[in-house]
Design a protein around this ligand. Structure first.
Ligand code: CA
Ligand code: CA
Length: 308
């Protein structure tokens, strides 16, 4: 099934209440790493838009995308976990190419329902379709999902921020040494809210069949402290989708200047329905930018000002 159609099918599935609803409500509300998004807002007063705390990443070079050997390695990861996949499933990670990025800030967590609701209250953001069978995702501490890419961009603009570029997102997840997963080289099922292959793509052995409160997997954070870049909700980035990267070095790449023939965007990081190979920092997924699906949310970024 083409990936865009698969996303649409997931959207339908998400809007049909089922037995997982009870699991979602009953999931333990773990505390994360002890600091809650939004507290910065509470302390800083009403002149600043509310939102999750951001982490500054220094200007760096890193290798974006995957080598052919890394694509083979990703395919082998599928095999070890009884997931069917082919090297062609990861061909859009090619070629590996050097990227130089200026310093930027990125949200420490996925944007929460509570944070997004402040934008809805200010009439700058659209209400997610919770009333249409998705009420179980309307919990303050969960990542906001069921948002289009425009919804995500509108929220980030409300905060004086923007969506991360695909390169910024990958740099946040992989670090300057282009590690495989946010926490390091190998997959570990206890470090992210992930899924599995099969008709029911959810996997509850990590504690959550569906969404987890943001920051529930502090052990899966990056060295710089960014949480949930692998799993929980997949995340919108700013770029249009293209099936291969341009070869050669790039500096602060923004993606294609115009949409491709399908007009699709990109989501990153995998989610509660993704097997391990799709939780890698290099993995990409083509997505209909107008779709509102239960496993896609976002976080925001902002270019660093000189000296900050
Ligand atoms: Ca899970
Ligand atoms: Ca995520």
């Amino acid at each position: 099934m083409p990936r865009v159609l698969a996303a649409a099918a997931l959207a339908l599935a998400a809007l049909v209440p089922g037995p997982l609803a009870a699991e979602g409500r009953d999931a333990p509300a773990r505390q994360g790493d002890g600091s809650l998004p939004g507290l910065g807002w509470a302390r800083s007063g009403w002149l600043r838009a509310p939102g999750a705390a951001m982490i500054r990443l220094a200007a760096t070079r890193f290798v974006m995308g995957s080598t052919p050997a890394e694509v083979v390695e990703a395919t082998a990861l599928c095999g070890r976990r009884s997931v069917r996949c082919e090297p062609s499933d990861f061909a859009d990670e090619l070629p590996a190419h050097p990227v130089r990025l200026a310093s930027f800030h990125i949200d420490r967590t996925e944007v929460t329902v509570a944070a997004y609701r402040r934008c809805v209250a200010a009439r700058r953001c659209r209400e997610p379709p919770y009333a249409e069978g998705a009420a179980r995702f309307d919990r303050a501490e969960l990542p906001v999902v069921l948002v289009t890419r425009d919804d995500a961009a509108a929220y980030c603009a409300f905060r004086g921020a923007r969506l991360p570029t695909e390169a910024e997102w990958e740099r946040a997840a992989r670090g300057p040494r282009s590690r495989r997963f946010p926490w390091g080289r190998g997959f570990h099922g206890a470090l992210a809210n992930h899924g599995r292959a099969g008709l029911d793509r959810t996997e509850r052995r990590d504690g959550y069949a569906e969404l987890a409160p943001v920051g529930s997997f502090p052990g899966g954070r990056t060295v710089e402290g960014v949480l949930d870049l692998a799993g929980n909700a997949s995340e919108w980035v700013a770029d249009w989708y293209r099936p291969t990267y341009p070869s050669g070095a790039a500096r602060d790449p923004q993606g294609p200047a115009a949409p491709g023939p399908n007009g699709t965007g990109v989501v990153r990081g995998g989610d509660f329905e993704s097997p391990a190979a799709w939780l890698r920092g290099a993995a990409r997924r083509e997505a209909d930018i107008t779709a509102r699906v239960a496993n896609v949310g976002f976080r925001c970024a902002r270019s660093a000002r000189r000296g900050r």
